[in-house]
Structure formats: structure tokens, C-alpha cells
Write a protein that binds this ligand. Structure first.
Ligand SMILES: NC(=O)c1ccc[n+]([C@@H]2O[C@H](COP(=O)([O-])OP(=O)(O)OC[C@H]3O[C@@H](n4cnc5c(N)ncnc54)[C@H](O)[C@@H]3O)[C@@H](O)[C@H]2O)c1
Ligand SMILES: N[C@H](CO)Cc1c[nH]c[nH+]1
Ligand SMILES: [Zn+2]
Length: 426
């Protein structure tokens, strides 16, 4: 992890560059896979599953029998842990329901807004290097609370042609309606166009590697909505010397172990603290089964000394991290002012892993600076707002003249006439 000392603003862009590939780098292969799947459906899906996942499958749809087997394979301890997480995620997302908004804007002009579920949603569950069954909870629970009718789940098969039992267990527990063994670009293309086995959906959700993330971005060109670009995990920790260096090191490693293309950043006003954290990282990484992945991510990572707190704040906003941990004496300064972050973790007893699994917040979050413009997944991600209006005779008399004048000024006489024809009858 490279240490950088009080960088000047002109160097921020280069210092804060993500290690991920861009849409331009990957769109060639994504467009090729999309075109093939649009034309050849399941036959093309099978071809890319063999090519990218190294397995040939006769049947990609997960059967009831496979789900029953999976339920038996998950330990009771893990089932209990999943139910704790499910309860908290349910509480936090159910509380996000909003009431109908009703306003009589003018006498006789009633306007209201109501939320309705997106009826067909597709959930992508990563499975390349780790089976992220926690992501099933993060997506299927809010989809269910919102009332989505068709909840399709795609996740890559392993070399034995199976999906991890915990993913199947969680999917069954959280009301997923169809599970398909397909991953990567081919899964996103399948849900975009629909194939013989994969239903076409209206919106695709979920995190994934760079191929999945770019595929989701390209899917929007084909008329499908997406939650957001939720690519390789990242974490920025801002900490002063009141923080615990071992805890901070463990947090940074928790996101570094996700993938070689993950990135973690430490910002501190104390060089001594930075040195304590980096030496802790060197110790802790040795015990991790995924140390080779974590070391690669650390090579993309930075520890930045910034003595001026306002400058530190500006750098964080400029980076727009997926996750932000604040472990400073004056945490209120950052908490109250932060503008760009997917999810914020405050104080020394709030590890980022709590949000990944069980505190209740959603872990599907914008990466690569997209926290500047996108929210993480929440209940509203699974709904659309529809507006309604009902106008009485009195109402149309009140606003009719304004509509006629505005329509005429836009040169749209048919619009004007739709009012005039009614006003004549009153
Ligand atoms: N932002 C978030 O909210 C969030 C949440 C959880 C996980 N993540 C990220 O999700 C990612 C999971 O990645 P993963 O790789 O383990 O699983 P994944 O399921 O996203 O990707 C695996 C698939 O990628 C495809 N693939 C691999 N190499 C390819 C190649 N060269 N060309 C074309 N396709 C290829 C394969 O089809 C494979 O099935 C990690 O980067 C992790 O950091 C992000
Ligand atoms: N940290 C990931 C989001 O970037 C989510 C996750 C799932 N499992 C473990 N972590
Ligand atoms: Zn994580």
C-alpha cells in the first residue's frame, strides 16, 4: 500500500484512479456476447458458459430437488445467522415504505403519487471467486417487500455445474421465483433479451466483476433498467490517531480480499497512525486464505497523509467511495458534511462487514465514483412512482384557461382543443 504525503490537488485524479477497466476496454466482448445471445438464445448461453466458466450444462434451471438438497447441506448455525441478517434487513427495508402523496393543487384538481412494484426483476448473484449468498438477502428481501411478482436469479455455476447451497437456500428463503445457473456477461444478456430458459426482465440488479458491471451498463442500451454500476468493492477509511490501527487494518483487508481489482484507501492526518496501520496490514494479511487476492488489491491501494481536515474532506468527496468508515474524534464533521459515499460506517465498533451481512443496510452499492450520482439499492429501487390525477368540472374551469394559453404558445392546438371542447360544455 503506497504512502502518499500531503498530495497537491492537481495530483488527486491520478492518485485516486481506480484499477478497474473502463466500458471502452470491455464493451467489445460484451457487445459480441449480447448479439449472439439475442440471436441464438440458450445455445449461445451454453457456449459462453463453457468458455468463461469451464463447464457444460444440460439443464441450467435449478430444480426443486436441487433446492431441497441445498437446504440439507446448509448447517443450522449458518441458517440461524442468515435468519438474524434477514430480520434486520427486512426491518430496515420495510421501514422505507412511504405513504401515498395526495395534494389538491387547486379546488377540484386532485393529484397523487403512488409506488407500484416493478413486476419482473432479475437479480445477479456473484459467484466467480466467492459465493455471495448475502447478496441474495440484499436483493430478494426488498424485492419481496416491494411486491415484485417475478424474481429471477442468475448466478454462475462452479466447475461441477452447481450453485453454492447457501445461495440456493437464501433464494428459497427469500421468495425467488426462478433460479438459473448462468453468470457473467451471458447472464446479463439472457435477462436483457430473454431466452428459452431465462425470462426477460424489466430491471437488473446486483453487483459483479468488471464484466458483469459493464454488461449491465450495456443492457440499458437495450431497454432494460439497472440498479447502478456496482463493480469491484472499495473502501475509504478516514481515521486519526484516536482510532485503533488493528481495527482499521482489518477493515481495509476486508474489502481488499474481494478481488484483485478492489481498492482501499486510508486517509489520516497522522503519519505515525498510517505507519501503524500499514504494518498491521502486513501482519494480518499473512493469515488470510485469500492473501494473494488481497495483496494484489493492496498494490492498487493508497495511504494518504493529509494534515488539513477540510482538504481531507474534499478529497473524500472527490473520490466518492462505495464505503466510507469514519474513525476520528470529531466524526460529526465528516458525518454531517459528506456528499459522496455509498454507505457510511461510524466509530470503532462499526466494521464495514456489519453492513455487508447483518446490520440491516444494503450492501449493493455504487462503485467507481458512481456514489456521486447513484444511491445504493433500497426499497425504492424495486418500485416506480406513478402519478394520478382527477379533475372535476370546477377544477378544469380553474386551470383550463392557463392550459389553453400555454398550449397555444407552444403551437399545439390539439392540446388546447382537448380543454376547449370541455369548457364549452360547462
Ligand atoms: N459494489 C457492490 O455492491 C458489490 C457487492 C458485492 C460484490 N462486489 C464485487 O463483485 C465482484 C464479484 O466478482 P467475481 O468475479 O467473484 O464474480 P462474478 O459472478 O461477478 O463474475 C464471474 C463471472 O465473470 C465471467 N468472466 C470471468 N472472466 C471473464 C473473461 N475474461 N471474459 C468474460 N467473462 C469473464 C464469468 O462468466 C464468471 O462466471 C467482486 O469484484 C466484488 O468486489 C461488489
Ligand atoms: N463488500 C461487498 C460490497 O462491496 C458486499 C459483500 C458481500 N459479501 C461480503 N461482502
Ligand atoms: Zn465485502
Amino acid at each position: 500500500m503506497k504512502i502518499i504525503n500531503n498530495p497537491s490537488r492537481k495530483d488527486w485524479t491520478q492518485i485516486l484512479q481506480r484499477p478497474t477497466k473502463t466500458v471502452d476496454d470491455i464493451e467489445g466482448i460484451v457487445n459480441e456476447v449480447f448479439a449472439d445471445i439475442q440471436q441464438n438464445g440458450d445455445a449461445a448461453i451454453a457456449k459462453y458458459t463453457t468458455k468463461f466458466d469451464g463447464v457444460s450444462l444440460e439443464n441450467t434451471i435449478v430444480s426443486e430437488k436441487e433446492i431441497k438438497e441445498a437446504i440439507n447441506l446448509v448447517s443450522n448455525d449458518l441458517k440461524t445467522a442468515i435468519s438474524v441478517a434477514k430480520e434486520n434487513i427486512t426491518k430496515f427495508h420495510a421501514a422505507q415504505k412511504t405513504e401515498k402523496v395526495f395534494v389538491e393543487t387547486t379546488n377540484g384538481v386532485e393529484c397523487w403519487q403512488e409506488k407500484r412494484p416493478i413486476s419482473k426483476v432479475g437479480l445477479y448473484i456473484p459467484g466467480g471467486t466467492a459465493p455471495l449468498f448475502s447478496t441474495v438477502l440484499m436483493l430478494a428481501i426488498p424485492a419481496n417487500i416491494a411486491g415484485c411478482k417475478e424474481i429471477v436469479l442468475c448466478s454462475p455455476p462452479n466447475k461441477e455445474g452447481k450453485i453454492n447451497p447457501a445461495i440456493l437456500y437464501a433464494a428459497n428463503l427469500c421468495g425467488v421465483t426462478k433460479i438459473i445457473k448462468v453468470g457473467g456477461i451471458q447472464a446479463i444478456a439472457g435477462m436483457t433479451f430473454g431466452t428459452e430458459s431465462i425470462p426477460q426482465v424489466y430491471k437488473i440488479f446486483g453487483p459483479g466483476n468488471q464484466f458483469v458491471t459493464v454488461a449491465k451498463q450495456i443492457a440499458t442500451k437495450h431497454g432494460v433498467a439497472i440498479d447502478m454500476p456496482a463493480g469491484p468493492s472499495e473502501l475509504l477509511v478516514v481515521a486519526d490517531n484516536s482510532a485503533n490501527a488493528s481495527y482499521v487494518a482489518s477493515d481495509l483487508l476486508s474489502q481488499a480480499e474481494h478481488g484483485a481489482d478492489s481498492q482501499v484507501i486510508l486517509v489520516s492526518d497522522s503519519i505515525n497512525f498510517i505507519e501503524s496501520v500499514t504494518s498491521e496490514i502486513k501482519k494480518q494479511v499473512l493469515d488470510l486464505p485469500r492473501k494473494e487476492i488481497a495483496k494484489k488489491a493492496l498494490a492498487n491501494s493508497k495511504a494518504i497523509l493529509i494534515e488539513d481536515v477540510d482538504e481531507a474532506f474534499n478529497l473524500i468527496n472527490n473520490y466518492g467511495p462505495e464505503h466510507l468508515i469514519i474513525s476520528t474524534k470529531n466524526d460529526a464533521f465528516f458525518v454531517d458534511n459528506i456528499e459522496n459515499a455509498g454507505s457510511v460506517f461510524i466509530g470503532e465498533y462499526t466494521p464495514e462487514s456489519a453492513g455487508d451481512y447483518a446490520s440491516g443496510t444494503n450492501h449493493t452499492l455504487p462503485t467507481n465514483g458512481f456514489s456521486k450520482s447513484y444511491s445504493g439499492v433500497n426499497l425504492d429501487s424495486f418500485t416506480k412512482s406513478i402519478t394520478f390525477q382527477k379533475i372535476s368540472k370546477e377544477g378544469i374551469k380553474s386551470i383550463g384557461k392557463s392550459i389553453e394559453l400555454m398550449a397555444a404558445a407552444e403551437g399545439l392546438d390539439a392540446h388546447k382543443n382537448a380543454v376547449t371542447i370541455r369548457l364549452k360544455d360547462l
